[in-house]
Write a new protein. Structure first.
Length: 380
Protein backbone atom coordinates (compact mmCIF):
# COMPACT_ATOMS: atom_id res chain seq x y z
CA UNK A 1 0.00 0.00 0.00
CA UNK A 2 1.41 3.35 -1.02
CA UNK A 3 1.93 6.10 1.55
CA UNK A 4 -0.68 8.34 -0.10
CA UNK A 5 -3.26 5.53 -0.09
CA UNK A 6 -2.52 4.83 3.58
CA UNK A 7 -2.84 8.53 4.46
CA UNK A 8 -6.17 8.75 2.65
CA UNK A 9 -7.55 5.72 4.51
CA UNK A 10 -6.43 7.12 7.89
CA UNK A 11 -8.02 10.47 7.05
CA UNK A 12 -11.27 8.77 5.98
CA UNK A 13 -11.37 6.68 9.17
CA UNK A 14 -10.75 9.75 11.31
CA UNK A 15 -13.49 11.74 9.55
CA UNK A 16 -15.90 8.83 9.87
CA UNK A 17 -15.18 8.53 13.58
CA UNK A 18 -15.54 12.31 14.01
CA UNK A 19 -18.93 12.20 12.23
CA UNK A 20 -20.07 9.40 14.55
CA UNK A 21 -18.89 11.22 17.69
CA UNK A 22 -20.36 14.66 16.89
CA UNK A 23 -24.02 13.79 17.52
CA UNK A 24 -23.16 12.23 20.86
CA UNK A 25 -21.25 15.36 21.85
CA UNK A 26 -24.23 17.46 20.78
CA UNK A 27 -26.63 15.27 22.74
CA UNK A 28 -24.33 15.46 25.80
CA UNK A 29 -24.23 19.24 25.54
CA UNK A 30 -28.03 19.30 25.25
CA UNK A 31 -28.38 17.11 28.34
CA UNK A 32 -26.01 19.36 30.29
CA UNK A 33 -27.92 22.41 29.15
CA UNK A 34 -31.18 20.81 30.27
CA UNK A 35 -29.67 20.23 33.71
CA UNK A 36 -28.67 23.89 33.85
CA UNK A 37 -32.23 24.74 32.83
CA UNK A 38 -33.59 22.84 35.84
CA UNK A 39 -31.24 24.66 38.22
CA UNK A 40 -32.07 28.02 36.66
CA UNK A 41 -35.78 27.28 36.96
CA UNK A 42 -35.29 26.58 40.68
CA UNK A 43 -33.44 29.87 41.08
CA UNK A 44 -36.23 31.68 39.25
CA UNK A 45 -38.81 30.04 41.52
CA UNK A 46 -36.98 31.24 44.64
CA UNK A 47 -36.75 34.77 43.23
CA UNK A 48 -40.44 34.75 42.34
CA UNK A 49 -41.35 33.45 45.80
CA UNK A 50 -39.49 36.15 47.75
CA UNK A 51 -40.98 38.82 45.53
CA UNK A 52 -44.38 37.19 46.00
CA UNK A 53 -44.03 37.52 49.78
CA UNK A 54 -43.02 41.17 49.37
CA UNK A 55 -46.19 41.85 47.36
CA UNK A 56 -48.42 39.87 49.70
CA UNK A 57 -47.57 41.77 52.90
CA UNK A 58 -47.77 45.20 51.19
CA UNK A 59 -46.78 47.82 53.78
CA UNK A 60 -48.16 45.88 56.75
CA UNK A 61 -45.95 45.21 59.71
CA UNK A 62 -47.96 42.08 60.50
CA UNK A 63 -50.54 40.08 58.56
CA UNK A 64 -52.19 37.41 60.75
CA UNK A 65 -54.31 34.69 59.16
CA UNK A 66 -56.12 33.70 62.36
CA UNK A 67 -56.09 35.42 65.78
CA UNK A 68 -53.59 37.80 67.38
CA UNK A 69 -52.96 38.83 70.99
CA UNK A 70 -50.94 41.91 71.97
CA UNK A 71 -50.27 42.66 75.62
CA UNK A 72 -48.48 45.86 76.65
CA UNK A 73 -46.86 45.92 73.21
CA UNK A 74 -46.11 48.67 70.69
CA UNK A 75 -46.41 48.12 66.93
CA UNK A 76 -44.44 50.49 64.75
CA UNK A 77 -46.37 49.55 61.62
CA UNK A 78 -49.83 48.63 60.37
CA UNK A 79 -51.64 45.46 61.46
CA UNK A 80 -54.11 43.24 59.55
CA UNK A 81 -55.80 40.38 61.42
CA UNK A 82 -58.24 37.96 59.82
CA UNK A 83 -59.74 36.74 63.10
CA UNK A 84 -59.91 38.41 66.50
CA UNK A 85 -57.41 40.90 67.88
CA UNK A 86 -57.15 40.93 71.67
CA UNK A 87 -55.07 43.74 73.10
CA UNK A 88 -54.49 45.89 76.16
CA UNK A 89 -52.35 48.99 76.58
CA UNK A 90 -50.01 49.90 73.74
CA UNK A 91 -49.86 51.71 70.42
CA UNK A 92 -50.28 50.73 66.77
CA UNK A 93 -48.84 52.34 63.62
CA UNK A 94 -46.66 54.92 65.30
CA UNK A 95 -44.27 55.22 62.34
CA UNK A 96 -46.31 58.01 60.78
CA UNK A 97 -43.92 58.69 57.89
CA UNK A 98 -44.96 55.40 56.26
CA UNK A 99 -48.67 55.33 56.99
CA UNK A 100 -49.88 58.92 57.13
CA UNK A 101 -51.12 58.88 53.51
CA UNK A 102 -51.74 55.17 53.01
CA UNK A 103 -55.01 54.22 51.30
CA UNK A 104 -55.11 50.96 53.28
CA UNK A 105 -56.25 50.96 56.92
CA UNK A 106 -53.43 50.88 59.44
CA UNK A 107 -55.55 48.67 61.66
CA UNK A 108 -57.77 46.06 59.96
CA UNK A 109 -59.52 43.39 62.02
CA UNK A 110 -61.83 40.95 60.26
CA UNK A 111 -63.21 39.49 63.50
CA UNK A 112 -63.71 41.11 66.90
CA UNK A 113 -61.51 43.81 68.39
CA UNK A 114 -61.25 43.04 72.11
CA UNK A 115 -59.54 45.68 74.23
CA UNK A 116 -58.91 45.89 77.96
CA UNK A 117 -57.58 49.30 78.86
CA UNK A 118 -56.60 51.63 76.03
CA UNK A 119 -54.81 51.07 72.74
CA UNK A 120 -53.90 54.08 70.64
CA UNK A 121 -53.85 54.21 66.85
CA UNK A 122 -51.28 56.85 65.91
CA UNK A 123 -51.53 57.01 62.12
CA UNK A 124 -54.00 56.40 59.29
CA UNK A 125 -57.40 54.93 60.12
CA UNK A 126 -59.06 51.74 61.39
CA UNK A 127 -61.37 49.31 59.57
CA UNK A 128 -63.33 47.02 61.90
CA UNK A 129 -66.21 45.74 59.75
CA UNK A 130 -67.36 42.99 62.12
CA UNK A 131 -66.38 44.32 65.53
CA UNK A 132 -69.02 45.09 68.13
CA UNK A 133 -68.68 48.51 69.71
CA UNK A 134 -69.56 52.16 69.45
CA UNK A 135 -67.82 55.11 67.81
CA UNK A 136 -67.78 58.17 70.06
CA UNK A 137 -66.72 61.74 69.31
CA UNK A 138 -66.08 64.02 72.28
CA UNK A 139 -66.13 67.80 71.82
CA UNK A 140 -65.90 67.35 68.06
CA UNK A 141 -62.27 66.21 68.07
CA UNK A 142 -61.57 63.36 70.49
CA UNK A 143 -62.58 60.15 68.74
CA UNK A 144 -62.79 56.74 70.43
CA UNK A 145 -64.05 53.32 69.49
CA UNK A 146 -65.44 51.70 72.63
CA UNK A 147 -65.41 47.90 72.55
CA UNK A 148 -67.92 45.62 74.23
CA UNK A 149 -65.07 44.26 76.38
CA UNK A 150 -64.80 47.62 78.14
CA UNK A 151 -61.69 48.90 76.39
CA UNK A 152 -61.05 51.88 74.16
CA UNK A 153 -59.34 52.36 70.80
CA UNK A 154 -58.05 55.92 70.89
CA UNK A 155 -58.30 57.65 67.48
CA UNK A 156 -57.39 61.19 68.63
CA UNK A 157 -55.47 63.62 66.42
CA UNK A 158 -55.41 61.46 63.30
CA UNK A 159 -55.25 63.48 60.09
CA UNK A 160 -56.74 60.90 57.72
CA UNK A 161 -60.38 61.84 56.91
CA UNK A 162 -61.45 58.23 57.49
CA UNK A 163 -60.32 58.55 61.10
CA UNK A 164 -63.32 60.83 61.59
CA UNK A 165 -65.87 58.18 60.60
CA UNK A 166 -66.85 54.94 62.28
CA UNK A 167 -64.29 52.11 61.90
CA UNK A 168 -67.19 49.69 61.36
CA UNK A 169 -68.07 51.39 58.04
CA UNK A 170 -64.59 52.38 56.86
CA UNK A 171 -63.19 50.63 53.75
CA UNK A 172 -61.10 47.50 54.15
CA UNK A 173 -57.81 47.12 52.18
CA UNK A 174 -58.30 47.30 48.41
CA UNK A 175 -58.34 43.96 46.54
CA UNK A 176 -57.90 42.05 49.79
CA UNK A 177 -59.06 38.43 49.96
CA UNK A 178 -58.11 36.46 53.05
CA UNK A 179 -58.62 33.02 51.48
CA UNK A 180 -56.41 33.94 48.54
CA UNK A 181 -53.73 35.42 50.82
CA UNK A 182 -53.64 32.25 52.91
CA UNK A 183 -53.40 29.86 49.96
CA UNK A 184 -50.77 32.02 48.26
CA UNK A 185 -48.71 32.27 51.44
CA UNK A 186 -48.76 28.50 51.95
CA UNK A 187 -47.75 27.99 48.31
CA UNK A 188 -44.87 30.46 48.57
CA UNK A 189 -43.65 28.80 51.75
CA UNK A 190 -43.70 25.38 50.06
CA UNK A 191 -41.81 26.69 47.03
CA UNK A 192 -39.06 28.14 49.20
CA UNK A 193 -38.86 24.96 51.30
CA UNK A 194 -38.32 22.92 48.10
CA UNK A 195 -35.64 25.24 46.70
CA UNK A 196 -32.08 23.99 46.31
CA UNK A 197 -29.86 24.77 49.31
CA UNK A 198 -27.14 27.24 48.30
CA UNK A 199 -25.83 28.34 51.70
CA UNK A 200 -24.00 26.74 54.63
CA UNK A 201 -24.79 26.93 58.36
CA UNK A 202 -21.97 26.31 60.80
CA UNK A 203 -20.75 27.18 64.28
CA UNK A 204 -17.42 28.95 64.60
CA UNK A 205 -16.23 27.35 67.83
CA UNK A 206 -13.59 30.05 68.29
CA UNK A 207 -16.09 32.85 68.89
CA UNK A 208 -19.19 30.66 69.33
CA UNK A 209 -20.98 32.26 66.37
CA UNK A 210 -23.69 30.44 64.45
CA UNK A 211 -22.92 31.69 60.95
CA UNK A 212 -24.98 31.65 57.76
CA UNK A 213 -22.76 31.98 54.68
CA UNK A 214 -23.50 31.78 50.94
CA UNK A 215 -21.73 29.12 48.89
CA UNK A 216 -21.11 31.75 46.22
CA UNK A 217 -20.74 35.51 46.05
CA UNK A 218 -23.10 35.60 43.06
CA UNK A 219 -26.09 37.91 43.25
CA UNK A 220 -29.47 36.32 43.86
CA UNK A 221 -31.38 34.33 46.45
CA UNK A 222 -29.35 32.19 48.87
CA UNK A 223 -31.30 29.37 50.53
CA UNK A 224 -30.51 27.69 53.87
CA UNK A 225 -32.17 24.81 55.73
CA UNK A 226 -32.17 25.46 59.49
CA UNK A 227 -33.26 22.29 61.29
CA UNK A 228 -34.77 23.29 64.62
CA UNK A 229 -34.62 19.67 65.80
CA UNK A 230 -30.85 20.20 66.11
CA UNK A 231 -31.42 23.02 68.62
CA UNK A 232 -30.85 22.29 72.29
CA UNK A 233 -30.83 25.50 74.29
CA UNK A 234 -28.00 27.55 72.81
CA UNK A 235 -26.42 24.74 70.85
CA UNK A 236 -26.95 23.66 67.25
CA UNK A 237 -25.96 20.16 66.26
CA UNK A 238 -24.13 19.78 69.58
CA UNK A 239 -22.05 22.96 69.20
CA UNK A 240 -22.67 25.90 71.53
CA UNK A 241 -23.19 29.39 70.17
CA UNK A 242 -23.69 32.81 71.77
CA UNK A 243 -23.80 34.94 68.60
CA UNK A 244 -25.74 34.78 65.35
CA UNK A 245 -24.31 36.12 62.10
CA UNK A 246 -25.48 36.41 58.47
CA UNK A 247 -22.93 37.12 55.75
CA UNK A 248 -25.44 38.71 53.39
CA UNK A 249 -23.99 40.40 50.31
CA UNK A 250 -25.46 43.72 49.22
CA UNK A 251 -26.92 42.03 46.11
CA UNK A 252 -28.17 38.89 47.85
CA UNK A 253 -31.38 37.88 49.60
CA UNK A 254 -31.16 35.19 52.28
CA UNK A 255 -34.00 32.71 52.81
CA UNK A 256 -33.76 30.55 55.93
CA UNK A 257 -36.10 27.56 55.76
CA UNK A 258 -36.84 26.69 59.40
CA UNK A 259 -37.71 22.99 59.69
CA UNK A 260 -39.21 21.02 62.60
CA UNK A 261 -39.88 24.18 64.62
CA UNK A 262 -43.04 23.20 66.50
CA UNK A 263 -42.55 23.80 70.24
CA UNK A 264 -39.10 25.31 69.73
CA UNK A 265 -37.46 28.60 70.67
CA UNK A 266 -35.37 29.55 67.65
CA UNK A 267 -32.91 31.88 69.35
CA UNK A 268 -32.30 31.08 73.00
CA UNK A 269 -31.71 33.24 76.04
CA UNK A 270 -28.61 35.42 75.90
CA UNK A 271 -27.75 34.98 72.19
CA UNK A 272 -26.43 38.21 70.66
CA UNK A 273 -28.53 39.08 67.61
CA UNK A 274 -29.14 42.75 68.24
CA UNK A 275 -26.67 44.76 66.18
CA UNK A 276 -26.54 45.41 62.45
CA UNK A 277 -22.95 44.14 62.32
CA UNK A 278 -24.31 40.60 62.66
CA UNK A 279 -26.59 40.90 59.64
CA UNK A 280 -24.07 41.66 56.88
CA UNK A 281 -23.93 44.21 54.09
CA UNK A 282 -27.41 43.43 52.79
CA UNK A 283 -29.12 44.13 56.11
CA UNK A 284 -32.18 42.68 57.79
CA UNK A 285 -34.41 43.92 54.97
CA UNK A 286 -32.89 41.19 52.76
CA UNK A 287 -33.44 38.35 55.22
CA UNK A 288 -36.55 36.14 55.19
CA UNK A 289 -37.27 33.34 57.66
CA UNK A 290 -39.60 30.72 56.16
CA UNK A 291 -41.01 28.75 59.09
CA UNK A 292 -42.52 25.59 57.66
CA UNK A 293 -45.30 23.48 59.15
CA UNK A 294 -47.79 24.18 61.92
CA UNK A 295 -47.47 24.51 65.69
CA UNK A 296 -46.21 27.06 68.22
CA UNK A 297 -42.85 28.74 67.65
CA UNK A 298 -41.08 31.20 69.94
CA UNK A 299 -38.74 33.55 68.09
CA UNK A 300 -36.40 34.72 70.86
CA UNK A 301 -35.85 33.79 74.48
CA UNK A 302 -34.95 37.46 75.00
CA UNK A 303 -33.53 40.27 72.90
CA UNK A 304 -34.18 41.32 69.33
CA UNK A 305 -34.97 39.27 66.25
CA UNK A 306 -33.93 40.49 62.79
CA UNK A 307 -35.54 39.68 59.44
CA UNK A 308 -39.02 39.24 58.00
CA UNK A 309 -40.99 36.07 58.67
CA UNK A 310 -43.24 33.85 56.56
CA UNK A 311 -45.05 31.33 58.78
CA UNK A 312 -48.54 30.86 57.30
CA UNK A 313 -49.42 27.75 59.33
CA UNK A 314 -47.64 28.47 62.62
CA UNK A 315 -48.44 30.60 65.67
CA UNK A 316 -45.54 32.86 66.61
CA UNK A 317 -44.77 34.39 69.97
CA UNK A 318 -42.17 36.84 71.19
CA UNK A 319 -41.62 38.54 74.51
CA UNK A 320 -39.39 41.23 76.02
CA UNK A 321 -37.75 42.22 72.76
CA UNK A 322 -38.52 43.40 69.27
CA UNK A 323 -38.75 42.01 65.76
CA UNK A 324 -37.18 44.05 62.96
CA UNK A 325 -39.12 43.06 59.85
CA UNK A 326 -42.51 42.17 58.41
CA UNK A 327 -44.52 39.15 59.54
CA UNK A 328 -47.08 36.94 57.84
CA UNK A 329 -48.16 34.26 60.28
CA UNK A 330 -51.00 31.91 61.08
CA UNK A 331 -51.24 33.39 64.59
CA UNK A 332 -49.29 35.95 66.61
CA UNK A 333 -48.86 36.48 70.37
CA UNK A 334 -46.90 39.48 71.61
CA UNK A 335 -46.25 40.35 75.24
CA UNK A 336 -44.22 43.29 76.56
CA UNK A 337 -42.54 43.53 73.20
CA UNK A 338 -42.21 45.70 70.11
CA UNK A 339 -42.70 45.06 66.44
CA UNK A 340 -40.60 47.40 64.32
CA UNK A 341 -41.38 48.09 60.67
CA UNK A 342 -38.34 47.08 58.60
CA UNK A 343 -39.55 46.86 55.00
CA UNK A 344 -38.58 43.58 53.33
CA UNK A 345 -36.68 44.58 50.18
CA UNK A 346 -35.45 41.51 48.27
CA UNK A 347 -32.50 41.99 45.97
CA UNK A 348 -32.01 39.37 43.27
CA UNK A 349 -30.84 39.21 39.67
CA UNK A 350 -33.47 38.24 37.16
CA UNK A 351 -32.75 35.19 35.05
CA UNK A 352 -34.39 34.26 31.74
CA UNK A 353 -37.79 32.63 32.02
CA UNK A 354 -37.77 28.81 31.85
CA UNK A 355 -39.62 29.05 28.54
CA UNK A 356 -36.64 30.86 27.04
CA UNK A 357 -34.30 28.07 28.07
CA UNK A 358 -36.74 25.52 26.70
CA UNK A 359 -36.69 27.21 23.30
CA UNK A 360 -32.89 27.25 23.32
CA UNK A 361 -32.83 23.54 24.18
CA UNK A 362 -35.36 22.76 21.45
CA UNK A 363 -33.29 24.75 18.99
CA UNK A 364 -30.17 22.73 19.82
CA UNK A 365 -32.05 19.46 19.42
CA UNK A 366 -33.50 20.48 16.07
CA UNK A 367 -30.10 21.62 14.86
CA UNK A 368 -28.64 18.27 15.91
CA UNK A 369 -31.32 16.30 14.09
CA UNK A 370 -30.94 18.37 10.93
CA UNK A 371 -27.19 17.93 10.97
CA UNK A 372 -27.57 14.18 11.56
CA UNK A 373 -29.99 13.78 8.63
CA UNK A 374 -27.71 15.73 6.32
CA UNK A 375 -24.79 13.53 7.31
CA UNK A 376 -26.82 10.40 6.50
CA UNK A 377 -27.86 11.87 3.16
CA UNK A 378 -24.24 12.59 2.16
CA UNK A 379 -23.25 9.00 2.92
CA UNK A 380 -25.80 7.49 0.51
Amino acid sequence: MSKSTFDNEVRSSFLSMKMRVRPYILFAVTALFSACLALSAQAQTAISAVNGFDSLVRNYNAVVLNNATFSNSNMEGAIAVRGNLTTSSGSIAYKTSVYANSSDPTLYVGGQLKISGETKLQSGYAALPNSAGSFVTVNGSQRHFLTTTGGKLNLDNLQNPLAKTSPTTNPTPANWNWASIESTAISLSSQLAAAAVTGTIGVNTGNQTLTFSPNSTDAGVVVFNFDASLLNGNSYGGQNFSNLKFNIGSDQTFVVNVLNANGKTLIGQGVNFNTSSFVGAGGADQLLWNITGSGDVTLMGSGDFYGSILAPEATLSNGSGRVEGQILAGGLTYSNAQLHYNDFSPTAVLVPEPGTYALWTLGLCVAGLVWHRRRRATRR
